[in-house]
Design a protein around this ligand. Structure first.
Ligand code: CTP
Length: 415
């Protein structure tokens, strides 16, 4: 199975003197939990906000500060760090650090290490998440430094607009650790077997409008679809995630199209599928919608209204129609949410809807299906092959599904 792109990677986490330094502890912890080997380098100012011991405790690896510059092995410390690094991630990065990096300043362990990374095609990834007060990020000096670094291939995450320590609301907040981690994961995934392939993943429920405050929907939370988008990204694909309303953040690097109704979802899917190599249809599309969406809130005074329904289009049928002329997507994967005769119903759906394989899901089980972390599925293939997968996390199921998509899209390499 495809490993987590960050697993066993040597990451140097540079932390500089910003109030956002406290968030770097969470970032270091998340990196370590993803299986990375994390060495932290703090600047003198960062060490005033947060102690090296905090990082040592969450990473289980040494954390360095400028005090280590004067130890016995000091003259080779930055070289050693740079040599083993797969990436240097600086989060938070102050305006001063950006200036030093842009112009080759090297007066502390972090800037020495950054310079020792070298430049050119084979150098480790340098990723920067700036954090500074209002006006400092938009200052021409900082902007020019950012441009210089971008030209050299440095990847920036954020900063975001929002509340700053000074009380101002402006662009300068460090991106959230989960977003920084998502971007790092994305950068490391760009060598996988789906590189250059476009995968469209749909996720979540649709909402069918009754009136301005009411809708019909279902229990889908989007977890399985979002996990599939992440697994496709991890394998190197360009991912379009078409999502109904859910409470999840899209994985870093995905192009996310937010939709509400089945009709909106159909339009977004048909458009994205024109260039898609594969479509993974994990969304729980509502089969029916109120025949007429009321313009105004329906009042209860008139008694319970009748709610005539219209059938929504079958999106996969529309995809197949378009596919007949465009030949895209090459591979279609569907899901079957069933509560009875699971295999027979799923097999029938697979054939009717032109799928390459279908993921059959018993949504009545307490540990599988909607709104739980785990799933138990059977993969049914067109040739009649059945694969019963054991109870797994939704991320693990996603990785299994993506493995099958890789095989279908690269038949000669897997022969
Ligand atoms: N699907 C679709 N368009 C719809 C409904 C479903 O493309 N209007 C897709 C789903 O995303 C899924 C597959 O078809 O990949 C099967 O969905 P499911 O709800 O299990 O099947 P239905 O065709 O809706 O059949 P039924 O509700 O009768 O079981």
């Amino acid at each position: 199975m495809h490993p987590h792109p960050i697993q066993k990677k040597n990451i140097i986490l540079g932390v500089t003197g910003s109030i956002a330094a406290y968030k770097a502890a969470d970032l270091a912890s998340k990196l370590a939990q993803s299986g990375a080997i994390v060495n932290v380098v703090l600047t003198e100012a960062a060490a005033k906000f947060i102690a090296p011991l905090t990082f040592q405790s969450v990473t289980g690896e040494p954390a360095y500060s400028d005090a280590d510059l004067w130890g016995a092995d000091a003259h080779v410390l930055h070289i050693g760090l740079a040599r083993k690094a797969d990436a240097l991630l600086i989060a938070p990065a102050t305006a001063n650090t950006l200036a030093k990096l842009a112009h080759g300043g090297a007066d502390d362990l972090l800037s020495l290490t950054a310079l020792a990374l070298g430049t050119g095609a084979d150098t480790p990834l340098l990723m920067i998440a700036p954090a500074m007060d209002a006006g400092m990020y938009t200052h021409a000096a900082t902007q020019e430094n950012v441009e210089i670094l971008k030209r050299r291939g440095v990847v920036f995450v954020g900063p975001e607009a929002g509340h700053l320590a000074s009380g101002l609301v402006a662009k300068g907040r460090m991106s959230e650790p989960a977003d920084i981690l998502g971007q790092l994961r994305y950068q490391f995934s760009r060598r996988g077997p789906l590189l250059g392939k476009h995968i469209v993943v749909t996720a979540g429920p649709t909402q069918e409008i009754i009136d301005p405050v009411r809708y019909l929907s279902n229990r889908s939370t989007g977890k399985q679809g979002y996990a599939l988008a992440q697994a496709a990204l991890d394998a190197g694909a360009d991912v379009t995630l078409i999502s109904g309303p859910v409470h999840l953040s899209p994985p870093g690097g995905a192009t996310c199209v937010h939709v509400r109704t089945a009709l909106e979802m159909e339009k977004a899917i048909l458009s994205a599928c024109q260039t898609a190599d594969a479509l993974i249809m994990a969304a729980a599309v509502a089969d029916f919608r109120p025949a007429q969406a009321a313009d105004q809130k329906i009042k209860k005074l008139g008694g319970a209204p009748a709610l005539p329904l219209s059938a929504n289009p079958d999106i996969l049928a529309a995809v197949n129609q378009q596919r007949a002329t465009t030949q895209k997507p090459n591979v279609v994967v569907g899901f079957a949410a069933e509560t009875q005769s699971i295999i027979a119903n799923a097999e029938d759906k697979m054939r009717r809807k032109g799928m390459n394989f279908i993921v059959a899901n018993d949504v009545s089980a307490h540990d599988a299906g909607f709104a739980v972390e785990t799933n138990r599925v059977t993969l049914l293939h067109t040739a009649g092959r059945k694969e019963e997968l054991p109870l797994m996390s939704k991320a693990e199921i996603a990785a299994e599904v993506i493995e099958r998509v890789i095989t279908l899209l690269n038949p000669q390499e897997n022969a």
